[in-house]
Write a protein that binds this ligand. Structure first.
Ligand code: KIV
Ligand code: ZN
Length: 521
């Protein structure tokens, strides 16, 4: 059996479906370019029929991203498959991923179909998809709660129709590793033509077992893992790509020759790019990419690591691209050459004009703070190069705040909203509160603030502050971030960033709801 494990990334499809993670076409394109640098084998770029936005994003990724196979999800319906094929047309290598539910509960209550009808629909869908590409994946949605005999039968039949990958999703995150491993083994032993395809798994994390289930499946014969960066995805998320890849690599003694094609040094950068793009963040204790993943706080641990790194470290931080923290990278007088090198490290395509623009910003920043750190450069690069937003609905033109001992914090803001200039003044429980209240008054909208946090990116009181905001606007949740040496400015940027995302996403999500109503993932 081949020892290569195919990494199928679904950050842009299953991941993006989760509340607070939807992305614009430009953002998806940036993410896809980074996934290609990371070395994933397949990028599931979206669900073409779900919305105009999904179609456009898949189409642009298919046109512009070279290397990985580009894939679109499609229900087992001709209309979905046709739209997926159209979106994927420009790709050098394309895959159509069609699916239908196979569990009794899904067939009876969601699809309202008899098993025989489901079987016929699946066969037809695969045969139809083969007209457009010879790379067709079929998923038995809710496989882990499906009747075994029916599962074996449908898999055998769709392989006969030309499916090249068979995916076994644990759609509701119900499986336990030992049981899931056995399911994979049973499929291998009971489906006579299974050797003609790649067997894949797609695990959700509702019981916190998605990575464990995926790894057990690989150990029992699966050779494709569907996963997402930072484990984002529906509900509790999907299996985290970085954890699967590093487990296979660090525990070669257990997994033998099983390996992936991932350039692990790109893992940290990819995780951070996703956070920047979606305005989300990973918990500090998140495996592989969390801020504390390689931090040794206790004296005993520090002593051990200093004496011999392997006493408490099972992997090298550099192997996952974890930056040597708090390293000064550019000073006020550092040249354009150093800046270019940094941009290349981040995989950014730039022109000489871009260099001049960002160099000026860098000088402005260096005037405000003595030392520029890795984190400052990263923030600037994302702000200047990687954050290509759609037309922003809200723009802040100006704000002013008064605050101090025995003073009621008062803020005045001037914004443009729906093409109209608006001004408002408000008082609050501190300067940030006053400014946010003034903004809400000017805009005439009152989103529910779910979370707000602020932290210094680097040491010293002249550090840039990073503010994060999560808010909800009419059921649409969005997160935003803002970086500035001024903490109020950072907070305003984060609030407006989240608000703009929420406003832009509403329309997009409404389109998707239409599709969901027809009965889909
Ligand atoms: O979780 C699931 O079952 C899915 C399928 C569409 C693969 O996302
Ligand atoms: Zn899923």
């Amino acid at each position: 059996m081949n020892d290569r494990v195919i990494i199928f990334d679904t950050t842009l499809r299953d991941g993006e479906q989760a509340p607070g993670f939807s992305m614009t076409t430009e953002e998806k394109l940036q993410m896809a370019q980074q996934l290609a640098r990371l070395g994933v084998d397949v990028i599931e770029a979206g669900f073409a029929v779900a919305s105009k936005g999904d179609f456009e994003a898949i189409n642009r990724i298919a046109r512009e991203v070279k290397g990985p196979v580009i894939c679109s999800l499609a229900r087992a319906l001709e209309k979905d498959i046709e739209v997926a094929a159209k979106a994927l047309a420009p790709a050098e290598r394309k895959r159509i991923h069609t699916f239908i539910a196979t569990s009794e509960i899904h067939m009876k209550y969601k699809l309202r179909m008899e098993p025989e009808e489901v079987l016929e629909r699946a066969k037809k869908a695969v045969a139809f998809a083969r007209r457009f590409t010879d790379d067709v994946e079929f998923s038995c949605e809710d496989a882990t709660r499906s009747d075994r005999e029916f599962l074996y039968r449908i898999i055998e039949e769709v392989i006969k129709e030309g499916a090249t990958t068979i995916n076994i999703p644990d759609t509701v995150g119900y499986a336990i590793p030992e049981e899931f491993g056995k399911l994979i083994e049973d499929i291998i032993n009971n489906v006579p033509n299974i050797d003609k395809v790649v067997l894949s798994v797609h695990c959700h994390d509702d019981l916190g077992l998605a990575v464990a289930n995926s790894l057990t499946a690989v150990k029992h014969g699966a050779r494709q893992v569907e996963c997402t960066i930072n484990g984002i995805g529906e509900r509790a998320g999907n299996a985290a790509l970085e954890e699967i890849v590093m487990a296979l690599r660090v525990r070669r003694d257990f997994f033998g020759d099983l390996h992936t094609n991932i350039n692990t040094k790109e893992l940290y950068k990819t995780s951070r790019l996703l956070c920047r793009i979606t305005g989300s963040f990973v918990p500090p204790n998140k495996a592989i990419v969390g801020d504390n993943a390689f931090a040794h706080e206790s004296g005993i641990h520090q002593h051990g690591v200093l004496s011999h790194r392997l006493t408490y470290e099972i992997m090298n931080p550099e192997d996952v691209g974890f930056p040597a923290s708090r390293r000064i990278v550019l000073g006020k007088h550092s040249g354009r050459h150093a800046l270019k090198k940094k941009l290349e490290e981040y995989g950014v395509n730039y022109s000489e004009k871009d260099i001049e623009r960002i160099y000026e910003k860098l000088k402005e920043l260096a005037d405000k703070k003595k030392e520029i750190y890795e984190e400052d450069i990263e923030a600037l690069i994302y702000q200047e190069f990687l954050k290509v937003e759609d037309e922003e609905p809200v723009k802040v033109l100006h704000f002013q705040v008064q605050s101090g001992e025995n003073l009621m914090p008062t803020a005045t803001v001037k914004v443009i909203f729906k093409g109209e200039e608006r001004t408002a003044t408000a008082t609050g429980n501190g300067p940030v509160d006053a400014t946010i209240k003034a903004l809400q008054k000017a805009l005439g909208i009152n989103p529910k603030l779910l979370d707000y946090s602020i932290k210094a990116l680097t040491p010293n009181t002249d550090a840039q502050a990073e503010a994060r905001v999560i808010l909800e606007l009419e059921d649409v949740r969005a997160s935003g971030r803002g970086v500035d040496t001024d903490i109020i400015k950072a907070s305003v940027k984060a609030f407006v960033d989240a608000l703009n995302r929420a406003i832009l996403r509403r329309e997009y999500i409404l389109q998707r709801k239409e599709i969901r109503r027809e009965g889909t993932v």
